[in-house]
Design a protein around this ligand. Structure first.
Ligand code: ZN
Length: 71
């Protein structure tokens, strides 16, 4: 289940929710001020893509291993 970040326009709070992608645009209630106008933040895109792309099996090792003996 992807992770989404919502922003409350009334008090500026950020609400982090774990919910199905099909419900990502559903209204969210702000816990801080009770407003129901919180909207999905653009930051949630980065989180969703980062956690969902690839298994990360060799991304780290390939980067570190190529650094030595390059000269
Ligand atoms: Zn709020």
């Amino acid at each position: 289940m992807p992770f989404f970040v919502y922003h409350c326009p009334d008090c500026g709070a950020e609400i982090e929710l774990l919910r199905p992608a099909s419900q990502r645009d559903e209204p969210v209630r702000c816990e801080a001020c009770g407003s129901e106008r919180a909207t999905r933040s653009a930051a949630s895109f980065a989180s969703a893509l980062g956690s969902g792309s690839g298994g990360g099996r060799s991304s780290g090792s390939s980067c570190g291993g190529g650094g030595g003996g390059f000269t």
